[in-house]
Design a protein around this ligand. Structure first.
Ligand code: KIV
Ligand code: ZN
Length: 513
């Protein structure tokens, strides 16, 4: 058995299914480039048949990425598979990932199909895909809650049709590490042609065991591919976290005896980018990428680390990219330095006009903030790409007044296309006043589910504030993110960005519907 563990990243597909985490094509492309720098083996770029926007995003990623396999999800039907193949045409290496549910519950209640119908559809899907590509992955959805005997029949049949990777999802995060590992092991033993495929694990985190289950699938079950997402992004409690799995396998190579191609020094950059793009803030005590992951507050720990690092540290912060958090540009930096840094960060702005516009914003920021970090640049071009991509509403100016004992007042000017709107309101605080002023004009009727502020870089008050606003309206949940040294301005930008997302009419087919 190979001693190489394949890292399959599904941040842009399964991760994006998390309510509010939907991303634009440009945002996905930027993250895909970072995943390529991270050297993940496979990037699941999306679900091409879900919508026109999803198709375009998968296509853009397939056309741009050269060093990782690009994959699209497809339900087990000809139309989805043909759409996936079409979107992947430009890829250096491509994979079609097709799936159908195999648990009694899903077959009976969701698909309303018999076992024999599901088996036949799985066979037909892989046979059809085999004419379009030779890299096919098959997933029996809700595989872990499926009858092992039936599951073995399906898996044997699809391997015979040419599926090269067999992925066993714990779709609802029900598994326990030892049981999941045994499940994979027994299934592999039961399937006569199991050695003709690479086995893969895909675990959701509902009971907080996605990483442990995935690692058990590898160690006990013999899986050689792990499906995971940056920061564990994903629906409900999320997916298996890429950074945790990779660092567990690397740090405990003595136990796992496996190699991974991933370059860990790119982990923190990837984590930041995903968090800034989606507005899903990373908890400070999150393993590997949380702000406190390498902080030693207690005197005893600090003393130990100063004497010998490995007294309390099993990984080095710089190995996962923490030292990359450095001042990169400032007020005196020129356009060329800015452009080069954008390239190093994998940000591709479509035209010189876009670079110029981003540079103007950079200069404006540098006038107000002496030290500009990579995260500031990413936040700045994200604002820019929202403008290019889909922006309807744009902040022009705001003024607010708050004084002890007085009710805060705000005046806001924002634009929609060529039209400018002026509006004002009072509120419980300055942020409340600004958002109420905007809402009084827009009248979206959206419910605010979340408002959060964090410092983009250091914990210092000199950092830019990054605000996330989560809105819900007519069954849709969206996140808007805004950054500025002034958190009231950042809040207005975040609110307008969320309104813009609510207004973009992306109709999608649910991947697991
Ligand atoms: O969780 C799941 O079952 C999935 C499949 C589509 C692979 O995401
Ligand atoms: Zn999943």
């Amino acid at each position: 058995m190979s001693d190489q563990l394949i890292i399959f990243d599904t941040t842009l597909r399964d991760g994006e299914q998390s309510p509010g985490a939907s991303m634009t094509k440009d945002e996905k492309l930027r993250i895909a480039r970072q995943l390529e720098r991270l050297k993940v083996d496979v990037i699941e770029a999306g679900f091409a048949a879900a919508s026109h926007g999803d198709f375009e995003a998968v296509k853009a990623i397939a056309d741009a990425i050269r060093d990782s396999t690009v994959c699209s999800l497809a339900r087990a039907n000809d139309r989805d598979i043909a759409r996936a193949a079409e979107a992947l045409k430009g890829a250096a290496r491509s994979r079609i990932h097709t799936f159908i549910a195999t648990s009694e519950l899903h077959m009976e209640k969701k698909l309303r199909m018999t076992r024999e119908q599901v088996l036949e559809q799985a066979i037909q899907a892989v046979r059809f895909a085999r004419n379009l590509t030779d890299d096919i992955e098959f997933s029996p959805e809700d595989g872990y809650r499926s009858d092992p005997e039936f599951l073995a029949r399906v898996v044997e049949a699809v391997i015979r049709e040419g599926a090269r990777t067999i992925n066993i999802p714990d779709t609802v995060g029900y598994a326990i590490p030892e049981l999941y590992g045994q499940f994979i092991k027994t299934l592999r033993e039961r399937v006569p042609n199991s050695d003709q495929a690479i086995w893969s694990v895909h675990c959701h985190n509902d009971l907080g065991m996605a990483v442990a289950n995935s690692l058990a699938g590898v160690k006990i079950g013999g899986a050689r591919q792990v499906e995971c997402t940056i920061n564990g992004l994903g629906e409900r409690a999320g997916n298996c976290s890429l950074e945790e799995v990779v660092m567990a396998v690397k740090t405990r190579r003595d136990y796992f005896g496996l190699d991974v191609r991933v370059d860990p020094s790119q982990i923190v950059a990837a984590s930041r980018m995903v968090s800034q793009t989606t507005g899903f803030v990373i908890q400070p005590n999150k393993a590997v990428v949380g702000a406190n992951a390498f902080a030693h507050a207690s005197g005893i720990h600090q003393d130990g680390v100063l004497k010998a690092r490995d007294t309390y540290e099993i990984m080095r912060a710089e190995d996962v990219g923490w030292s990359a958090n450095k001042i990169v540009l400032g007020k005196l930096s020129g356009r060329n330095a800015f452009k080069q840094r954008l390239q190093e960060l994998g940000v591709e702005l479509a035209s010189e006009a876009e670079i110029n516009a981003a540079f103007v914003r950079f200069k404006d920021l540098a006038d107000r903030k002496a030290e500009i970090f990579d995260e500031d640049i990413i936040a700045l071009v994200m604002d820019e790409s929202v403008t290019q991509d889909q922006e309807h509403y744009r902040l022009v100016a705001l003024a607010q007044r708050s004084e002890t004992g007085e009710r805060p007042q705000a005046q806001v000017v924002f634009a929609a296309g060529e039209t400018e709107y002026r509006t004002e309101s009072d509120g419980n605080g300055p942020v409340d006043a600004v958002l109420k002023a905007i809402e009084s004009k827009v009248g979206s009727g959206a419910e605010m589910l979340l408002y959060s502020v964090s410092a983009i870089t250091s914990g210092s008050t000199e950092s830019q504030g990054e605000v996330t606003v989560r809105l819900q309206h007519a069954g849709r949940v969206v996140n808007g993110v805004g950054a500025d040294p002034d958190i009231v301005v950042a809040s207005a930008k975040a609110y307008l960005s969320a309104l813009n997302k609510l207004q973009s009419k992306t109709e999608r087919v649910a991947a697991q519907g």
